[in-house]
Design a protein around this ligand. Structure first.
Ligand code: C2E
Ligand code: CA
Ligand code: CA
Length: 658
C-alpha cells in the first residue's frame, strides 16, 4: 500500500497519531536523561575540590614560607607568629571545606580523603608546635615542612587530576548539549512533519467525509423526493401511506391531476408548465401538512396525499373545496396570467367494499377511479369513491374487455348518417358512426368511445371504421352509384400517432376511393399536442387529397385563434347550438357571426343535430352550407343508407327526361 493510501484510511491516521505519541514519549525520555547527564557533569565541574585544593595549597605555601622565614632568621617574630596562626586557621577551614566538597566522585573522594588525612596531620602537628612554642625549633620545623611538602605534592596531584576531570566534564557536557540540541531540533522537525501530515490527512478525510455525506444526502433526497417540487416521490408516498394503514389510522388517499396541463405547456411554454406544477405542489404541501398528511408528486402532473382518518364525507368535501380554491387562484408568470385547474379523486378505507382487504394498492386504485370520474364530470372538481363509482369502474372494465372482443370478433358495425346540401336539399354524403351491440344489448359510443380513448383502444376502432367506411363508399361508386362523401371520426389519440398518415393513405389506396370524397373529422382536443406537430400532420393529410372537418365546434375552447391557424375545410357546429336556436336570439347572433367568420376564412359550415324544419330554415337563412341531423336521417344501417344514394343511371335518365 502506498504512503498516501496508508494515511488515507483511519488505520493510517491512528498509526500517525501513535507515531507522534511514541516520538513525543521517546524524545521526552531522551531529553530528561540528557538533562540528568548534564546535571551530573556540572556537579563534577562545580566541585569545590579544585578550588579548595588550590586555596589549601596556597595556605600550605604560606605556612611553609613562615616556617622557612623562621628557620632562616632563627627567631619567630610576633608578626610571623600571627601570620602562622592565621595561615593555620585558614588551612583548617579550607581543609574542612575540602572535606565537605569531596563526596562527588568515588575516585576523587579516596584521593581527597588521603590528602585531607595528610592535611589534618599537618594541622595537628602545627597546632602542637604552636602550643608548645616550638615553631622556631629546627627539627620540628623541618619535620613539619616535609609533611607540608608531601601534602602539597599530593594536593597538586589531586588538583591536576581534578583539572583533567573538569576539562573532560566540560567537553562531555558540550558534546551532550550539542547532541541534545541537534536531536531535539531533529525530533522537533520530525514531530512537526508528522503532525502537519496527520492534520492535513485528517482534514482531508473530514472533507471527503463531508463531501460523501453531502452526496449521500443528495442521493437520498433524489431517491425519495421529487427534484422539481421537493415533494416526496412515489416511493416515499407509498411508505408513508402504508405506515398509516399499518397504524390503523384509516387513511384517506387523495389523487390530484392537473386539468389540461399539456395545453399550458404547449401554449405558454415549459417554464410556465413548471411554474404551474410548483404552484400546485406548494398548495398541496401546505394543505396536506395542515391535515398531518404526506403530500407527494407521483410524476408528470399527478400528485397525491395520504391523510390520517377517519373523516366524514362532509369534511372530505370541505377540504377538497379548500384545496381547489387555493390551487385555482390565478397567478402571474412572466407577464402571463396562469390559472391551474385540477381534478381530485378520493378514497378512504371505509369507502372500500367490505369483502376487500384494504391496502395501499386498493386505496390508490379506488382514488384513481374517483379521479377518472371527476375528470368525466367536467374537470376542476372532486369525486369520492363509493359503491356506485365501483360499479362504474367495473362497467368500464367490462367495456374495455368487450371492446377487445369486438375488435377481434368483428363485433362493431357502422351506421351512416346523411349530410345534406342546405341549398339544394340533396344528399352530400354520410358520417360513419360506430355501433356496438353486445349480447343483444346496444352500447352507445357515448359510453364506449371515452373508455376506448382512455385505454388507447380507440385507435383500433377508428382504423377499423376508416377502412370499412372508405371501402363501403368506394364499393357503392363501383356499383354505379353517385359519388358521395364519407366522414370518418378521428380520435385525438389516433391523430397524434405517427401512423395516422400511413393509415389514411393505405385505406384510400386499398379501396380506390377518390381522396376528395373522404373527410376526416377531428376535434379541438388534438391541440393537446403542440401546434407545430398538429399543423405538420394536417399538412401531410391534406397532401393526400382528403378534406378535414373541425368537429364539435362551440364546445371546448373554440378559440378563433385556433380556427385561423388550423387548416381545415369544414367547421361542424355542435348540436348544442342548434338545440337553443329557436329559443335564444343570442345563439342566432353567435351563429350569424360564425357564418361570417367561416366565410371570411373560406371554410364551409356543417350544422349538426338539426331535428326540425324550423331549425333547418334558420340555418339555411343564416347561409350555412350543410346540415346533419334526425331531420334528414338518423345514423342508418348500411342498406338503408345505400338506399338514399341515387344511382348514376337514374340521375342521367332524370336529366334526359327533363
Ligand atoms: P359526433 O362525431 O359528434 O357524432 C354525432 C353524434 O350526434 C352521433 O352520436 C349522432 O348519432 C348524434 N346525432 C346526429 N344527429 C342528431 C340529432 O339530430 N339529434 C341528436 N340528439 N343527436 C344527433 P353517436 O353516434 O352516439 O356518437 C357519439 C359520439 O361518439 C360521436 O359524436 C363521436 O364523437 C363518437 N364516435 C362515434 N363513432 C366513432 C368512431 O368511429 N370513432 C371515433 N373516434 N369516435 C366516434
Ligand atoms: Ca363526428
Ligand atoms: Ca360532432
Amino acid at each position: 500500500m502506498g504512503i498516501r493510501a496508508f494515511f488515507k484510511d483511519r488505520f493510517g491516521q491512528i498509526t500517525a497519531m501513535l507515531g507522534i505519541a511514541v516520538i513525543t514519549a521517546l524524545s521526552t525520555l531522551f531529553v530528561v536523561q540528557q538533562y540528568q547527564e548534564v546535571r551530573n557533569q556540572s556537579a563534577v565541574i562545580q566541585t569545590r575540590v579544585f578550588r579548595d585544593g588550590l586555596a589549601v595549597d596556597r595556605d600550605l605555601a604560606l605556612l611553609a614560607s613562615v616556617l622557612e622565614r623562621t628557620r632562616a632568621a632563627d627567631v619567630l617574630s610576633q608578626d610571623d607568629l600571627e601570620e602562622f596562626g592565621e595561615a593555620l586557621d585558614f588551612l583548617y577551614v579550607r581543609t574542612e571545606s575540602l572535606k565537605v566538597g569531596s563526596a562527588v566522585d568515588p575516585n576523587t573522594a579516596i584521593r581527597v580523603a588521603a590528602v585531607i588525612f595528610e592535611l589534618l596531620a599537618i594541622i595537628e602537628e602545627a597546632d602542637r608546635l604552636f602550643a608548645a612554642d616550638l615553631i622556631g625549633d629546627l627539627e620540628a620545623t623541618v619535620n613539619l615542612r616535609n609533611k607540608i611538602d608531601t601534602a602539597s605534592t599530593s594536593l597538586l596531584e589531586l588538583v591536576d587530576v581534578q583539572f583533567v576531570l573538569q576539562n573532560d566534564a566540560i567537553e562531555t557536557q558540550i558534546e551532550t548539549l550539542e547532541t541534545l540540541t541537534f536531536t531535539s531540533i531533529f525530533l522537533l522537525w520530525v514531530f512537526a512533519v508528522i503532525t502537519s501530515a496527520s492534520i492535513f490527512l485528517f482534514q482531508r478525510q473530514l472533507r471527503t467525509q463531508a463531501q460523501r455525506r453531502k452526496a449521500e444526502d443528495k442521493a437520498n433526497f433524489l431517491a425519495f423526493y421529487d427534484s422539481l417540487t421537493s415533494l416526496p416521490n412515489r416511493i416515499r408516498f407509498s411508505d408513508a401511506a402504508s405506515q398509516l394503514i399499518d397504524d390503523q389510522c384509516e387513511p384517506i388517499v387523495f389523487l390530484f391531476d392537473l386539468d389540461d396541463f399539456k395545453l399550458v405547456n404547449d401554449i405558454h411554454g415549459h417554464a410556465a408548465g413548471d411554474a404551474v406544477l410548483a404552484r400546485a405542489a406548494h398548495c398541496i404541501r401546505l394543505w396536506a401538512e395542515k391535515l398531518d398528511g404526506t403530500p407527494a408528486r407521483l410524476g408528470g402532473d399527478e400528485f397525491a396525499a395520504a391523510i390520517p382518518g377517519p373523516m366524514s364525507s362532509m369534511r372530505i368535501a370541505s377540504v377538497c373545496e379548500d384545496l381547489l380554491r387555493e390551487v385555482t387562484k390565478p397567478f402571474e408568470f412572466e407577464a402571463t396570467q396562469l390559472q391551474p385547474k385540477m381534478s381530485i379523486g378520493v378514497a378512504s378505507s371505509s369507502s372500500i367494499e367490505a369483502d376487500k382487504v384494504v391496502d395501499l394498492a386498493v386505496l390508490q386504485k379506488a382514488a384513481d377511479v374517483a379521479l377518472y370520474h371527476a375528470k368525466e364530470q367536467g374537470k376542476n372538481t372532486y369525486a369520492f369513491y363509493d359503491a356506485d363509482l365501483a360499479e362504474l369502474a367495473a362497467r368500464r372494465r367490462e367495456i374495455e374487455i368487450g371492446i377487445d372482443e369486438a375488435l377481434r370478433d368483428d363485433g362493431f358495425t357502422l351506421a351512416y348518417q346523411p349530410q345534406v346540401d342546405m341549398k339544394t336539399g340533396q344528399i352530400k354524403g354520410f358520417e360513419a358512426l360506430c355501433r356496438w351491440t353486445r349480447d343483444g344489448q346496444f352500447i352507445s359510443p357515448g359510453e364506449f368511445i371515452p373508455v376506448a380513448e382512455a385505454t388507447g383502444q380507440v385507435v383500433e376502432i377508428d382504423l377499423w371504421g376508416l377502412r370499412k367506411s372508405v371501402q363501403q363508399v368506394a364499393d357503392w361508386i363501383r356499383n354505379g352509384m353517385c359519388p358521395v362523401t364519407i366522414s370518418a371520426n378521428l380520435s385525438p389519440l389516433h391523430f397524434r400517432s405517427d401512423a395516422i398518415v400511413g393509415h389514411v393513405g393505405e385505406a384510400l389506396r386499398k379501396s380506390g376511393l377518390p381522396p376528395h370524397l373522404l373527410t376526416l373529422e377531428i376535434t379541438e382536443s388534438i391541440l393537446i399536442a403542440d401546434m407545430a406537430t398538429v399543423t405538420a400532420t394536417l399538412e401531410k393529410l391534406r397532401r393526400l387529397g382528403v378534406r378535414i372537418a373541425l368537429d364539435d365546434f362551440g364546445t371546448g375552447y373554440s378559440s378563433l385563434a385556433y380556427l385561423r391557424k388550423l387548416d381545415v375545410d369544414y367547421i361542424k357546429i355542435d348540436q348544442s347550438f342548434v338545440r337553443d336556436l329557436e329559443e335564444s336570439d343570442e345563439t342566432q347572433v353567435i351563429l350569424d357571426a360564425l357564418v361570417d367568420i367561416a366565410k371570411g376564412l373560406k371554410k364551409m359550415l356543417v350544422v349538426e343535430g338539426v331535428e326540425t324544419e324550423s331549425q333547418a330554415k334558420i340555418i339555411r337563412d343564416l347561409g350555412c352550407d350543410y346540415g346533419q341531423g334526425y331531420l334528414w336521417g338518423k345514423p342508418l344501417p348500411v342498406e338503408d343508407a345505400q338506399a338514399m344514394v341515387p344511382r348514376v343511371e337514374d340521375v342521367m335518365a332524370e336529366i334526359q327526361a327533363s
